[in-house]
Design a binder for this molecule. Structure first.
Ligand SMILES: *[C@@H]1O[C@H](CO)[C@@H](O)[C@H](O)[C@H]1NC(C)=O
Ligand SMILES: *[C@@H]1O[C@H](CO)[C@@H](O)[C@H](O)[C@H]1NC(C)=O
Ligand SMILES: *[C@@H]1O[C@H](CO)[C@@H](O)[C@H](O)[C@H]1NC(C)=O
Length: 388
């Protein structure tokens, strides 16, 4: 009897100790846990509300009575422009443009622009090899440092005389002005290239497999070729509330625990009609949310457009370097000088794949599964993509 009582006692103690230990661990780890798990669960539950625009509407419709400018009317003027970029070479009016490709660049990123021009941004390649009307434009603001601005601007004008593919407005090219760059793209597209059937926006450290993209866009059924917004979708993402983060958004600016669904800004495609609707929305909304892809999500939510996920648009991650990945990839993030090597590899692969056999397909599915279906911590192609 006595022993039994002691045993119960001991059990209680063990229980008490484990409980307090668990509590201690939770308390110590709460911040990362909150950041990585709890805030995501909460925000995911919340996204159904946030994705209905009327929920966030009243707070973000530009308050003209207060004198706020809508996103589209900050009055930035063009420093470099090409009004005739989408016209026919023989001056015979608007050309047939399948894809208008905006590359978000910065004044000092000349090496990235050179790499893109001689690889995936090459319009001549797209016309000759893919028989596709593609227009590539680099979208820039002005150098943020007034001391360097005049010199850098001279270099940019020289670059533009050689290639004729820069568009630039006079806002400071900084992270917190990315929304101005987003508005510039949609405004330019609306004014100068309204006939473009699809519009893409990509970062200048992204690799785009243009041949795969063109094939995908051409294969879209008629009802999917309008109302399209495709990319790597973030669903119910929570705003970052840690002040040390680049993506920090204060509660005063965005009070809800979840953003509307949006595609990663590294690379996404919209159809021409959606581009027009987004432009209209940028005029109506207060552009104070400075994370451009989130702002895009809010504009799309106002326009009633939902993003569509595509397994081969990467988010933050770099594609695995493998010929079987090259057959499917659309975008890959985080490239610099390796753009040239990747371009050569993908072009060679495309030529070699003219006559694929069933054995090759089996092999590639297995190879992709081996590459993609293991734990990785960057936002790249999912395991499902191996079988897509
Ligand atoms: C947004 O809210 C305003 C009033 O705050 C309302 O007049 C307008 O119809 C709403 N728009 C949409 C698209 O829900
Ligand atoms: C673009 O491609 C064409 C044809 O493939 C090639 O002749 C030209 O040199 C390329 N342009 C650049 C800048 O590499
Ligand atoms: C955005 O650009 C404007 C115009 O150059 C500038 O006044 C402003 O400081 C910039 N904003 C940020 C956050 O860099």
């Amino acid at each position: 009897m006595f022993i039994n009582f002691r045993r119960i006692h001991k059990c209680r103690w063990v229980q008490l100790l484990t409980t307090s230990l668990v509590l201690c661990v939770v308390m110590v780890c709460w911040e990362p846990l909150d950041h990585h798990v709890v805030s995501h669960v909460r925000s995911y539950a919340y996204r159904y509300l946030v994705n209905r625009f009327d929920f966030i509407n009243s707070s973000f419709v530009a308050r003209r009575d207060r004198g706020d400018a809508g996103g589209g009317t900050p009055g930035y003027s063009y420093l470099i422009d090409h009004p005739g970029k989408c016209d026919r070479a023989d001056g015979g009016g608007p050309d047939d443009v399948l894809l208008l490709l905006f590359v978000k660049s910065s004044p000092e990123n000349g090496a990235q622009r050179r790499a893109i021009r001689s690889t995936w941004g090459n319009e001549t390649y797209a016309r000759r090899r893919l028989d596709a009307g593609v227009r590539t434009l680099f979208v820039l603001g002005a150098h943020p440092d007034p001391l360097h601005r005049a010199w850098v601007q001279g270099e940019l004008r020289r670059e533009d005389r050689a290639y004729g593919d820069l568009i630039q407005q006079d806002f400071a090219d900084t992270f917190h002005n990315l929304t101005a760059k987003l508005v510039l793209q949609f405004r330019w597209g609306r004014r100068r290239c309204p006939q473009a059937r699809f519009v893409m926006s990509a970062d200048d450290d992204v690799f785009v497999h243009v041949a795969n993209l063109v094939r995908y866009l051409r294969a879209l059924p008629a009802d999917a070729a309008t109302g399209l917004w495709v990319g790597h979708v973030h669903r119910g993402a929570p705003p970052v509330r840690r002040q040390d983060s680049k993506y920090y958004v204060p509660r005063e600016l965005y009070p809800w625990p979840s953003y509307p669904d949006y595609t990663a800004g590294a690379g996404y495609v919209v159809s021409g009609d959606v581009a027009g609707k987004i432009y209209a929305a940028t005029l109506a909304l207060d552009a104070s949310v400075y994370i451009d892809d989130v702002f895009m999500g809010m504009c799309a939510s106002l326009a009633g457009v939902a993003p569509r996920d595509h397994a081969y648009f990467s988010g933050e991650g770099k594609a695995q370097l493998h010929p079987c990945i090259y057959d499917r990839m659309i975008t890959s993030h985080g490239h610099a000088a390796d753009m040239y090597a990747l371009w050569r590899a993908t072009v060679e692969r495309a030529e070699a794949r003219r006559t694929p056999g069933p054995l090759g397909d089996w092999y590639c599915t297995a190879a992709r599964a081996a590459l993609l279906c293991r734990p990785h911590f960057v936002d790249t192609y999912s395991c499902m993509a191996a079988f897509a």
